[in-house]
Design a protein around this ligand. Structure first.
Ligand SMILES: [Zn+2]
Ligand SMILES: [Zn+2]
Length: 122
């Protein structure tokens, strides 16, 4: 194997690490640090095939944390748990009655949510 080949293999190797760390969708387990409530597992970010950008959001109709697709028009968002429409769904940082909405625990209201990656979905 000559030097040129080694360079190419290194390039492929580094690209693979970069691509999987940046483009792979993550499966994230969200728990509340204060009351210990296990909020659930969510498929977030963009899969390697693209076409979706999943983020955590909050449904005020059923008080639960869900995942919504930011690539889709906001008016198309529907709560995956109760079917409420987008007027009930807030993302972290959304303006709500003049205050900034912060994602919080549905049980105790704490904003100390722990997000732990448990795997990749694409
Ligand atoms: Zn809901
Ligand atoms: Zn809590």
């Amino acid at each position: 194997m000559n030097r040129q080949m080694i360079k190419i293999f290194w390039g492929i190797f580094l690209y693979t690490i970069f691509a999987t760390s940046v483009y792979a969708g993550q499966i994230v387990e969200v728990t509340c640090q204060d009351c210990g409530y296990n909020i659930g597992e969510f498929f977030l970010d963009t899969g390697m095939m693209g076409g979706a950008d999943m983020v955590l959001a909050y449904c005020s109709a059923c008080n639960s944390i869900i995942a919504v697709d930011q690539e889709e028009d906001r008016s198309h968002w529907v709560c995956s748990k109760c079917g409420a429409d987008s007027s009930n769904i807030y993302r972290d940082g959304d303006e709500l009655d003049g205050t900034t909405f912060t994602l919080h625990c549905p049980k105790c209201g704490s904003e100390n949510l722990n997000r732990q990656r448990v795997g990749f979905w694409d």
